[in-house]
Design a protein around this ligand. Structure first.
Ligand SMILES: [Zn+2]
Length: 424
C-alpha cells in the first residue's frame, strides 16, 4: 500500500507538520490528554489524547507520518498498544516496543466539508511511574510524540480494474473489486488483504470485517445498511432518526453529519437514562425501557446491537412505540445460525446474567471489555420481531460486489410500522 499512496502525493496542497518538542507548534492543536511539551517531545497522559486540526481539504485522503515512542519500564512495561482515529475513523492500530516512525493514511471520507479533523490517540496501556513504584511521577504515560505530519494525497482515481483474487500477490493474500461505494458514493475499489492464504469457505467470513472501501474504509454491513436506508427512505436527511449505540464510523457518520433530526443514544446508566451527555454527542438510553415519547421517530437504526440484548422482546416493542406510523427500524444483526431456531447464550435472572453458553464478546465503543453476545440469531428472527412488536418485518439479503456488499452476516432487517398503503 505504501508505494501506491506515495505515488499519489499531491504537491499543490500545503502540508501540515505538528512539532511536539519544546518551542514547537503543538499547543495550537493539542486539546486534552497531553502533558506539556518537553525537550524530547510531548507525553500523552491518560487513556486518550486529542488534537484538533482545521483547514484540511474536504474529501481528500491524507498520508500521516507520526514519530512516537511508548513509555517503557522493563520488566513491567515492555510495549504499549496505540490506536489512532481521525474523526472516528480507525487509521492505525499497533503495539510499539520502542520509538517508531508510523505511516498510515486518513481515508478521503474522513474529512467533512468543514475541513476539520479530530485526532484521537488511544493509549489503553498507559501507566504511571508512581504506580510502578519507580518515581514520584503520577502522570499515566502512554507515548512520547515528537512530530506528526499530514500530506494530502491526490484524489482517488476512478477504478477500472475488474475483480482480482483472492490470490497471493507479493506476499499478501488480496481480493480487490472495482465498484461504486454506496456509503461515500465514490468510484472506488473494495479491497481485503491478509498475510496468509485462506480456503474458499472462509472468504465470506473474512470479507465481513475486512472488505474495506479504499476511499472511506467502510465495511460491507455498513454499506448495505446505508444502501437499504437510501433506497427505502431517500429523504432520510429530513427525518427524525434515533440511532442506538453508533460507533462513529461508516453509515453512522453520514447520519450524524447529514440528518437534521439525528439523535444518538448509548447505554450509560452512570449518566442516567434520558439525559444528554454534557460533552459527548449522545443521550443515555436503555433500549429496552426508553424515555422517548411515543411516535418520536421516523427511523430507528441499530447496527449489530440486537445480538447483545438481554430482552430483545422489550427492545423491539419500545422501538415500535417510538416509531411514527410509516416509520421503520432498520438494523444489521449477525444471523449466525444457518439453519434451525435462534438460540439464547445468556439471560437475565433477577439482577444477574446467567450464561447458557460459553461467554462470547464483541467490541463495544463504550467499554473496553466488549459486549456479551446474548442471542445467536437464526432466520426466525423475522417471526420473532414481528410477533413481539406487531411491526411488519422483512429481511434484505444482498450480494453485490460492485457495491462492496459482500460478506457473511450481511443481512439487513426492516421492521415497518403500519402507515399509508399504496393505492394501486
Ligand atoms: Zn466508500
Amino acid at each position: 500500500m505504501a508505494a501506491e499512496t506515495h505515488s499519489r502525493r499531491d504537491d499543490k496542497v500545503a502540508n501540515l507538520t505538528i512539532d511536539f518538542w519544546q518551542g514547537g507548534n503543538s499547543s495550537a492543536y493539542t486539546t486534552s490528554g497531553w502533558s506539556g511539551p518537553e525537550h524530547i517531545g510531548c507525553w500523552t497522559e491518560g487513556p486518550a489524547a486529542h488534537a484538533e486540526l482545521a483547514g484540511l481539504r474536504p474529501g481528500r485522503p491524507y498520508h500521516v507520518t507520526l514519530h512516537a515512542g511508548p513509555y517503557l519500564a522493563p520488566p513491567h512495561v515492555t510495549a504499549q498498544r496505540l490506536g489512532v482515529r481521525v474523526n472516528g475513523y480507525p487509521c492505525f492500530n499497533g503495539t510499539l516496543e520502542g520509538p517508531r516512525k508510523l505511516e498510515f493514511d486518513i481515508p478521503a471520507g474522513a474529512i467533512p466539508p468543514d475541513g476539520k479533523a479530530s485526532i484521537e490517540l488511544d493509549c489503553p496501556d498507559c501507566v504511571s511511574p508512581l504506580g510502578l513504584g519507580l518515581s514520584g511521577d503520577t502522570r499515566r504515560l502512554g507515548f512520547s510524540v515528537w512530530s506528526m505530519a499530514l500530506e494530502p494525497l491526490a484524489e482517488p482515481q476512478s477504478e477500472t480494474a475488474p475483480i482480482s483474487g483472492p490470490a497471493m500477490e507479493g506476499g499478501t493474500f488480496r481480493f480487490r473489486a472495482a465498484g461504486v461505494c454506496p456509503l461515500c458514493e465514490a468510484n472506488t475499489a473494495f479491497v481485503a488483504e491478509r498475510d496468509d492464504a485462506l480456503a474458499p469457505e472462509w472468504h465470506m467470513i473474512w470479507f465481513r470485517d475486512r472488505l474495506r472501501c479504499v476511499n472511506c474504509a467502510s465495511i460491507p454491513r455498513e454499506r448495505t445498511l446505508f444502501w437499504v436506508v437510501q433506497k427505502l427512505f431517500p429523504n432520510w436527511r429530513q427525518l427524525r432518526m434515533h440511532e442506538s449505540s453508533p460507533n462513529h464510523r461508516g453509515a453512522s457518520l453520514r447520519f450524524m453529519r447529514e440528518c437534521q433530526g439525528y439523535v444518538a443514544s448509548q447505554y450509560d446508566p452512570v449518566l442516567g437514562f434520558g439525559r444528554q451527555h454534557p460533552s459527548k454527542d449522545y443521550r443515555s438510553e436503555d433500549l429496552e425501557a426508553q424515555t422517548f415519547a411515543d411516535e418520536s421517530f421516523d427511523l430507528v437504526i441499530t447496527q449489530d446491537v440486537f445480538e447483545h440484548l438481554l430482552a430483545p422482546d422489550k427492545a423491539i416493542r419500545e422501538i415500535a412505540r417510538t416509531l411514527a406510523p410509516g416509520g421503520a427500524h432498520i438494523m444489521t444483526v449477525p444471523i449466525v445460525v444457518e439453519s434451525g431456531p435462534s438460540r439464547r447464550r445468556a439471560r437475565r435472572v433477577g439482577k444477574k446474567v446467567e450464561l447458557l453458553a460459553e461467554a462470547q464478546y464483541h467490541g463495544n465503543p463504550m467499554s473496553g471489555e466488549g459486549s456479551l453476545v446474548t442471542v445467536d440469531w437464526g432466520y426466525d428472527i423475522v417471526e420473532y420481531l414481528a410477533a413481539q412488536s406487531g411491526l411488519a418485518v422483512s429481511m434484505f439479503c444482498i450480494d453485490d460486489v460492485t457495491r462492496g456488499m459482500r460478506g457473511a452476516c450481511n443481512e439487513v432487517l426492516v421492521c415497518r410500522k403500519k402507515g399509508a398503503v399504496p393505492k394501486l
